[in-house]
Design a binder for this molecule. Structure first.
Ligand SMILES: [Zn+2]
Length: 323
């Protein structure tokens, strides 16, 4: 038993005479255990760090001993012992942990991906995610309310948890592969695809409401999204506003023939039909609050037929790839 120990203090009735509270007594007992080798420094550190009251008890005990020294010189050796034990406790508690974080990258890739998937599902309980737009942009498409967006508080915290390093990159890779990303218009989708390389390289499932002046360029771009496997097209009244170049020209000469816009004349259809290599194609009617109407049902069913028959063909048969 070392000279300085809680056991020795107890034989001199120090806890009672000095009025040491339970918090400091527990810590001094833990320090004895540490000296005996039954608990490690980490454990002492946790005991002190996890309770502000325990840390305060150490400071109070030091002050108490300093006052005793002033009035009772015969207690000096004992007080010095107590003060030294207290400073040792503080020193152990403030010692930097020998392991600088958990060695996450030593885990096999499958386990890491599984952990990321659990984190992702914890943050986003739904299957689909709506990316929040960072900047408003020139797009005039209607802005519907959004929830469950991409930049949630938890997602913003990620950088602080992981740091701007490989883990963040790997996390996003898993994130973009597992979730379905919904976009309110092709302009928004195009902006995300051009500004976010990790999204472009990894996204597998996209749902987009077909509307606006950027539909052709966006669907053209979708053709080169390397891992895209599932595409959902949402049609609404807004879909019929922008015509492709030829139809727009014809409409200006033959307005009566274009009294009712046909889906085949809509901007973007030609580019949509060029996409290949998908496993799944869906066509949906937008919710009535977002311009969807049951009169689009025929178009929905026919478009689904048309897209399914072409977009699921393998990429090899695409003329552009063969060049
Ligand atoms: Zn738009």
């Amino acid at each position: 038993m070392p000279l300085k120990s809680f056991y020795t203090l107890k034989t001199k009735a120090v806890p009672a005479r000095y009025g040491l509270n339970k918090n400091i007594q527990d810590l001094l007992i833990a320090l004895d255990d540490h000296h005996n080798g039954s608990i490690d420094a980490e454990e002492i550190g946790r005991l002190v760090r996890l309770s502000p009251k325990r840390r305060a008890a150490i400071a109070n005990t030091i002050t108490k001993c300093a006052n005793i020294i002033k009035n009772q010189p015969n207690e000096i050796p004992t007080c010095v012992d107590v003060i030294e034990m207290c400073t040792e406790l503080l020193e152990i508690a403030d010692r930097k942990s020998p392991v600088d974080g958990f060695p996450f990258f030593r885990l096999p890739m499958e386990i890491r991906e599984r952990i990321f998937a659990l984190m992702i599902n914890n943050v986003f309980r739904t299957k689909s995610v709506l990316p929040a737009s960072n900047r408003p942009g020139p797009c005039k498409c209607p802005r519907f309310d959004r929830d469950n967006t991409f930049q949630t508080t938890q997602m913003k915290d990620l950088k602080r948890i992981f740091g701007p390093n490989l883990i963040t990159l790997e996390f996003y890779r898993v994130f973009f592969r597992t979730k379905t990303f919904r976009f309110r218009c092709p302009c928004e989708l195009r902006s995300h695809l051009t500004n976010n390389n990790i999204l472009f390289d990894n996204v597998r499932k996209i749902v987009v409401q077909w509307s606006g002046p950027e539909a052709a360029k966006t669907f053209q771009l979708l053709k080169s999204v390397p891992k895209l496997k599932s595409l959902g097209i949402v049609i609404s009244r807004l879909t019929y506003i922008h015509l492709n170049e030829r139809s727009a020209l014809m409409k200006s000469y033959f307005p009566l023939a274009y009294k009712n816009t046909r889906l085949g004349d809509v901007l973007g259809l030609d580019e949509l039909l060029e996409i290949r290599g998908l496993n799944q194609v869906e066509v949906m009617i937008a919710h009535s609050s977002r311009g969807g109407t049951q009169s689009n049902e025929m178009d929905r069913a026919n478009l689904l037929d048309l897209l399914s028959s072409r977009l699921t063909q393998p990429k090899e048969y695409d003329n552009d790839v063969e060049l």
